[in-house]
Ligand binder design. Structure first.
Ligand code: SF4
Length: 320
């Protein structure tokens, strides 16, 4: 499996009136062809910021201060604005939590999807036919009628299907899905996840899934990266992470998951609060909340350690 995107030592700052927020620090990961990589963590941990940086859509006060993003040999951080315009959508597509924010409220959904197809210089009639095919692909019922609908006439699940259609119409190689099911009820959530999983095979897509929900991760991810306060703390194959979490934060997150197979009392919570990222701790950012912290933890940043091929963690503890 070849690598689609290779992110190395990525750090991102935001300038705010209270000071510089060190939102992402020294993050490394690769996504392979036809792989679903889930970046998971609490809100504010930096996962959406990383996603936006891959297509250079950070807010104006955000700066990539170091690192590199390599997409199939292209140095993304050095593409011109014109090249970036083509790159977004064509190489990397993105869907968000709330499709209403991205859809034009006064334009029929069929027209919105066909707009991107027309960029390939096909006739309007051909584009319209293609939209119906894509709508059927993502299981929009009565596709021929639905293309005439406006976004407000569709349910949340249908709108998300329209957004997915819009993205796959450009045939990107990497799809970023930022909390794609968070606003949906459980049944629709399962249907959308099924569609995303199928797209991986039907369109040879690689997917970066941003989520705070380990249930969603278990459902579709191949590989998982766990984020805490702007740092990636553990990365590994999905079975490894669920079976053998190594980092104390990942372990606590796993304990906090509800299960239906065993009797469970109160759910475990992680005491303490996430540190301020304006003056983040010098050493491990999890130290104040970590039940296993040692003297070294507050002073020195943990380096990447290999547990086994494909399973890595950042912690001073020795595992294995
Ligand atoms: Fe805990 Fe230290 Fe590991 Fe951080 S480096 S997670 S404080 S043991």
């Amino acid at each position: 499996m070849g690598t689609i995107i290779d992110v190395k030592s990525l750090s991102i700052d935001f300038e705010t009136k209270n000071g510089i927020v060190k939102a992402v620090e020294n993050v490394n990961f690769k996504i392979n062809k036809k792989e679903i990589f889930a970046l998971v963590g609490e809100s504010g941990c930096g996962k959406s910021t990383i996603a936006l940086s891959l297509i250079r859509l950070l807010a104006k006060n955000g700066t990539i201060t170091s690192g590199s993003i390599n997409f199939k040999g292209k140095d993304v951080l050095n593409l011109s604005n014109k090249e970036m315009f083509k790159f977004r959508g064509k190489d990397i597509g993105m869907i968000f939590q709330n499709p209403l924010d991205s859809l034009n409220p006064v334009m029929k959904v069929g027209e919105q999807v066909s707009e991107s197809l027309l960029l390939d210089k096909i006739t309007k009639k051909e584009a319209w036919k293609k939209v119906i095919e894509i709508f059927e692909d993502v299981k929009i019922p009565d596709a021929k009628q639905r293309i005439e609908s406006y976004p407000f006439e569709l349910s949340g699940g249908m709108r998300q299907r329209v957004m997915i259609s819009m993205m796959i119409s450009r045939k990107p190689e990497l799809l970023i899905a930022d909390e794609p099911t968070t606003a949906l009820d459980v049944t629709i959530q399962a249907q959308i996840l099924k569609i995303i999983k199928r797209l991986k095979d039907d369109f040879n897509l690689s997917i970066l899934l941003i989520t705070h929900n380990f249930g969603v991760v278990a459902e579709i991810a191949d590989k998982v990266g766990v984020m805490y306060a702007g740092n990636l703390v553990e990365i590994g194959n999905v079975y490894e992470i669920f079976e053998r979490p190594l980092h104390p934060y990942t372990k606590l997150l796993m304990k906090a998951l509800p299960t239906i197979s065993k009797k469970q009392g109160r759910l475990v919570t992680i005491p303490g609060i996430v540190p301020s990222l304006i003056n983040p701790p010098e050493g491990c950012r999890f130290a104040d909340r970590c039940p296993r912290k040692m003297n070294v933890c507050k002073r020195i940043k943990p380096k990447l350690k290999k547990y086994q091929e494909g399973h890595y963690y950042y912690c001073h503890l020795e595992m294995g």
